[in-house]
Design a protein around this ligand. Structure first.
Ligand SMILES: C[S@@+](CC[C@H](N)C(=O)[O-])C[C@H]1O[C@@H](n2cnc3c(N)ncnc32)[C@H](O)[C@@H]1O
Length: 314
């Protein structure tokens, strides 16, 4: 892997044929359930696929979007555990990578407030997307590399992935939607190296289908760490991973703030969903923020060697 700068995507016609003929007719799988849950959430689709991250950060700052920042120390712990087991850099696949947010935080040890400040700069207000990309490429190039990691980013948002590659945040980009299409053959070589899968704000958009299509290519049996909003049941993904010899553990006793509710209506709908799932929102969602939980899925033998609590003891 290393320096491949390529967006791999299935040819659109093939993608739509596959989606109609093969994958479009599921009954009550994870995607149907998640679609219903997503109806309660504010729709932010318009900010996900721009040629640079300015609008994304502008809109999400208003909602106090924080999950990549609070996820960072957890991912860092996992990276340092994996690092101890190998001499090579840790190969990360970031699902729903967007503009390379997790890559920026992990590779360069930046924080979410620093990213908000960076993309909110007055001097960038009038810049063209091309100027922002050039500015960012230099900006990230000049920062120290904090972690010895390489990052493959996967997202259906083609422009966001293209930005993250050009800015140097991603080492490889996969602009694919594995909910509706197959994994392109060209992607399998690099996925075979993956040691760690990360995701923030992504489960709910992706279901077990994406994992089922990725797993056969990830032959190193990577650890898989997902931050998942509490109204999205993780069962279907856990089952799909179990079929491949994975054991999933939830980090107990801890939730992670994702963002503020966009409206009283959104909060009310989410509280209804949590009630149906018998999830207690006291001191959490009732106070005005969406909360996520952390699920770590690993090959069974790794879980026996070091249960999740042990990984985060120090
Ligand atoms: C809330 S954003 C999270 C982005 C980033 N991980 C973060 O925390 O800042 C959700 C991301 O999921 C992506 N997404 C939505 N559906 C997807 C799919 N089917 N496959 C891959 N990515 C998808 C969106 O394009 C968007 O970038």
């Amino acid at each position: 892997m290393g320096n491949a700068v390529a967006i791999i995507r299935p040819e659109p016609v093939i993608r739509s044929i596959l989606s109609d003929l093969v994958f479009g007719r599921d009954t009550m799988s994870g995607d149907t359930i998640f679609e219903e849950i997503n109806e309660a959430k504010a729709n932010l689709d318009h900010i996900y696929d721009k040629p640079d991250p300015r609008l994304y950060f502008h809109e999400l700052e208003k909602l106090g979007y924080t999950i990549p920042g609070v996820a960072k120390p957890i991912f860092q712990k996992l990276i340092s555990h994996l690092q101890r087991q190998q001499n090579d850099s840790v190969h990360v696949l970031d699902l729903g990578c967007s503009y390379g947010v997790n890559a920026a935080l992990l590779k360069h040890d930046l924080s979410m407030p620093e990213l908000y400040e960076h993309w909110g700069q007055k001097t960038l207000l009038e810049a063209t997307p091309g100027e922002v990309v050039a500015y960012d490429r230099e900006f990230f190039d000049n920062l120290d590399k904090h972690e010895n990691i390489s990052v493959i980013g996967l997202d259906q948002a083609e422009s966001a992935v293209a930005y993250a590659l050009e800015a140097g945040l991603l080492d490889e980009g996969l602009a694919v939607n594995l909910e509706t299409g197959q994994l392109p053959e060209a992607a399998t070589e690099n996925l075979a190296l993956v040691d760690l899968v990360t995701s923030t704000g992504c489960v709910g958009y992706v279901t077990e289908k994406s994992f089922e299509r990725l797993l056969p290519a990830m032959t190193r049996s990577p650890w898989i760490g997902n931050f998942v909003l509490r109204m999205f049941p993780f069962d279907s993904i856990e089952e799909a991973l179990k079929d491949r010899g994975y054991v999933t553990e939830k980090l107990e006793g801890q939730t992670f703030v994702q963002r503020r509710f966009a409206s009283a209506e959104e909060q009310e709908h989410v509280l209804d969903q949590l009630h149906d799932l018998r999830v207690d929102p006291t001191d959490k969602e009732v106070e005005g923020h969406l909360h996520a939980e952390f699920y770590l899925s690993r090959p069974a033998k790794d879980v026996v060697e070091a249960p999740i609590e042990q990984l985060f003891l120090t």
